[in-house]
Design a protein around this ligand. Sequence first.
Ligand SMILES: Cc1cc2nc3c(=O)[nH]c(=O)nc-3n(C[C@H](O)[C@H](O)[C@H](O)COP(=O)(O)O)c2cc1C
Length: 213
Amino acid sequence: MPQSPESSSIQHSTDPLAQLILHRRTISPKHYSEEVPTPNDVIEAIDIARNAPNHHRTEPCRFYLLDKARIREIGRLFGEVVRGDNPTPELQTRGDSKAKQWGAAPGLLVVTQFTPRASFLVENKPEVVREDYATCCCIVQNLLLLFENAGISAKWSTGPVWEHPSFRKVVGIQQPAPDEEVVALVFYGKSDLPGKVRPLSGLDEILVNHCQG
Ligand SMILES: Cc1cc2nc3c(=O)[nH]c(=O)nc-3n(C[C@H](O)[C@H](O)[C@H](O)COP(=O)(O)O)c2cc1C
């Protein structure tokens, strides 16, 4: 783990938020136990997580917390998307495996972005679409960190299940595309896998320019 300069008030090794950020890892549904985190925990996390930077205060995120039956159905739909119209044996196996893995997940939260294209704001400032997406991504990361802190493992997926014509109906998505689009399928559950710190490239490769403190 990199060392923080002694003069920094933010320390890799002692700051609880730094520890949370460093140890959060994507954990896939195949590693979850059968224990199901309570919907109330997730709802509380959503309520906190939505406190994210949001230009024009548009509050663009929408949340769909699925029950077991709908999770199974989403798994089935993703299996069909993966298999395609003329599946090879390989695609058939992959589709079956995805359907099983997704369908058995203990928890699934679908997060969407709602940015009505015909609004006065978007017509005058088309960049709001991108800014709203940025806000939704901040909110998803807030959620993942809150989950991590509560001992809930999660995975942000963009597996294109929304290409399935039945996806919107199964989830209950309120608005048509492109006004409302999926940002994340957040699978969640309990797992014993430790969140190891991931080695990243050297700081000097990405900190392109900085003042001397
Ligand atoms: C926008 C976004 C989409 C993602 N979609 C997928 C996905 O479809 N399938 C997948 O296995 N992981 C997906 N991930 C998870 C990344 O693969 C994961 O964050 C990455 O491997 C780094 O691992 P970490 O989260 O443990 O740091 C996605 C992450 C983000 C931010």
